[in-house]
Write a protein that binds this ligand. Structure first.
Ligand SMILES: [Zn+2]
Length: 282
């Protein structure tokens, strides 16, 4: 039997692990193939490095170096999941230029060195037909059991834009015959109040929290202290574990369930991921 796949789509190097690191590690071990997708080109963001004395040094890099660094880290993390990242390479909305000046991609601005001229920024990618078809084709090609991506309750516009792009492409793929489900991972922004506390289902990652942190640790320029026992991304799944009745959990909201008409107990026994997501749905 052909191996089942899980597709996880994040905006920036480390987002896939923040949202689904434990889930991917768990089901990779159970034999799933992981399809790891990055929507942006990762040319922005600061760099951090843990110093021998325990302090964290912070600096910024130009878009060319930053993109190379973050993609390198992304490759290392994906390798732990037996896969290679797929980069959609939509430019981020800003970055640093050669002299570390801030460049915001807007009308009349010169194109940064690392940006190709035929791909819209992530902010408007969801409106671009060619960009959408590219992701639809990817979904149809891999036919994952389900797709995970950012939720809408995010304080980061590129997360929201990725959510829009993935959601529109999901429905386009459904039109083309895709039968898998779509879930949003819970964003960790509290600005949306009660809306932000909602979740429908979870994956028990109690035995995979260390693996999640190991994956996050590969993104050293963003997570230089991922090895520490009190790291926020270790504490968060433990907090959700309390809500879910297990030690550690990653929580999700359903956008659309799997739409295979024969989705019953038989399918659940052959699809441990769908079985867990369905059994944990409240
Ligand atoms: Zn992000």
């Amino acid at each position: 039997m052909e191996k089942q796949k899980i597709m996880s789509i994040g905006s920036h190097a480390d987002d896939v692990e923040v949202g689904t690191g434990g889930t991917l590690a768990k089901f990779y071990e159970l034999g799933y193939v992981i399809v790891y997708v990055m929507s942006t080109n990762n040319m922005s963001g600061g760099t951090q490095e843990l110093q021998p004395d325990g302090t964290v040094k912070r600096w910024v890099e130009n878009n060319v170096d930053m993109m190379a660094r973050r993609k390198r880290e992304c490759t290392d993390a994906a390798a732990l999941l037996g896969t290679e990242p797929i980069h959609l390479d939509h430019p981020q909305r800003h970055c640093r230029g050669a002299d570390l000046e801030t460049i915001e991609l807007r009308y009349g601005c010169a194109r940064p060195e690392s940006v190709s001229d035929d791909v819209p920024t992530i902010v408007t990618a969801y409106e671009d037909k060619a960009s959408r078809q590219r992701l639809v084709d990817l979904i149809m090609e891999h036919d994952p059991a389900c797709i995970f991506t950012h939720g809408l309750c995010s304080g980061n516009i590129e997360h929201i834009a990725t959510c829009l792009l993935v959601t529109k492409c999901y429905w386009d793929a459904v039109e083309e015959g895709y039968k898998g489900g779509l879930l949003y991972w819970r964003e960790d922004y509290t600005a949306f109040g009660d809306r932000n506390t909602q979740w429908d289902t979870y994956v028990d990652i109690s035995d995979y929290l260390d693996r999640k942190m190991e994956l996050l640790g590969k993104h050293a320029c963003q997570m230089p202290t991922a090895h520490l026992p009190d790291h926020g991304h270790r504490l968060r799944p433990l907090k959700w574990g309390v809500a879910c009745g297990c030690k550690a959990a990653e929580v999700f909201t359903w956008v659309s369930h799997d739409r295979r008409p024969d989705l019953d107990a038989t399918v659940c026994t052959t699809s441990p991921l769908l079985a867990e997501l369905i059994q944990h749905t409240r």
